[in-house]
Design a binder for this molecule. Structure first.
Ligand code: KIV
Length: 298
């Protein structure tokens, strides 16, 4: 894969902006996007960061989990998002098995997301066990966002998409994970589906920003899946999301109108047509007539 045309281009929002926002008490707004049009819309709306999440597998590619998402998928979609973004920081998710095997393999894969696709940072799931990998990446100059709580790549171990760390022991373990990730160099941590009180305690203890999804309002920022916010995911809306618009219903009704108009012959109309220069048209007609006559004489 050759480098995305915008790879390496700096953007107004960087990982330093994240830290400055936390210090100033400015909340961080983040949303997922997976292609150039989604990225343009999110960037124009003024989000601070766009996450090319491996939720791609479920909301765009139709898989039942994020596990089948590959490095090739992430490179392809991250590059498209980077091409559609001029302001926001683009964070690329590291897919299943791209970082778990060894810190060296993680470095190679994270490096590809940065150098080839143009991401400004990567995100990876896990706590203390991935800290050596976070350190390896950050030592190499790659900003890393952590991800704790409900980590969808471990759905089979977690026994489903459930709220995590509701009891004291896992809650204390999560707080330890936070401090370990921060010490390893993570610039921010996503908390997915954990109790609001726990997210607020962690947010107060950490110097780096926390970004919640199903983690209450006490985080330093929020991330949500594009399709969940816009009603593009069918009837289901996760409890932690709200539909800010019914874009899916709007698209279906617009396409149904298109189907009707094509069938009725109302579309395309004259405004959508290009007409030939009358002289050229006369010449075409004369040429066709000449050919027909020649055929009749044979
Ligand atoms: O893949 C994703 O979209 C995510 C968010 C849910 C945080 O990891």
């Amino acid at each position: 894969m050759s480098a995305s045309p915008r790879a390496g281009q700096s953007r107004p929002v960087t990982t330093s902006t994240f830290r400055a926002n936390k210090a100033a008490g400015r909340r961080i707004a983040m949303v997922t996007a997976y292609d150039v049009s989604g990225a343009r819309l999110a960037d124009a709306a003024g989000v601070d960061a766009i996450l090319v999440g491996d939720s791609l597998g479920m909301v765009v590619l139709g898989y039942g989990s994020t596990l089948p998402v590959t490095m090739a998928d992430m490179l392809h979609h991250t590059a498209a998002v980077v091409r559609g973004t001029t302001r926001a920081l683009v964070v690329a998710d590291m897919p299943f098995l791209s970082f778990q095997v060894s810190p060296e393999e993680a470095l190679r894969n994270a490096g590809r997301l940065m150098a080839e696709a143009g991401a400004g940072a990567v995100k990876l799931e896990g706590g203390t066990s991935v800290a050596p990998t976070v350190k390896r990446l950050t030592d190499a100059g790659i900003p890393v966002m952590g991800h704790l709580g409900l980590t969808p790549q471990s759905v089979n171990q977690l026994g489903g998409y459930k709220v995590q760390a509701k009891e004291s022991a896992p809650a204390i373990a999560l707080l330890d994970d936070c401090l370990t990730l921060q010490a390893a160099g993570a610039f921010a941590i996503v908390f997915e589906c954990i109790p609001a009180e726990l997210a607020a305690i962690a947010t107060a203890e950490l110097d780096i920003p926390t970004i919640g999804i199903g983690a209450g309002a006490g985080c330093d920022g929020e991330v949500q899946v594009f399709h969940d916010l816009l009603g593009l995911g069918g009837d289901f809306t996760p409890r932690h999301a709200r539909r800010f618009a019914e874009v899916g219903a709007l698209i279906t009704s617009a396409l149904a109108e298109y189907v009707d108009e094509v069938r009725e012959g109302a579309f395309p109309g004259d405004e959508q047509c290009t007409h030939m220069d009358p002289r050229a048209l006369d010449e075409v007609r004369a040429a066709r007539q000449g050919r027909r006559r020649a055929g009749e004489e044979e």
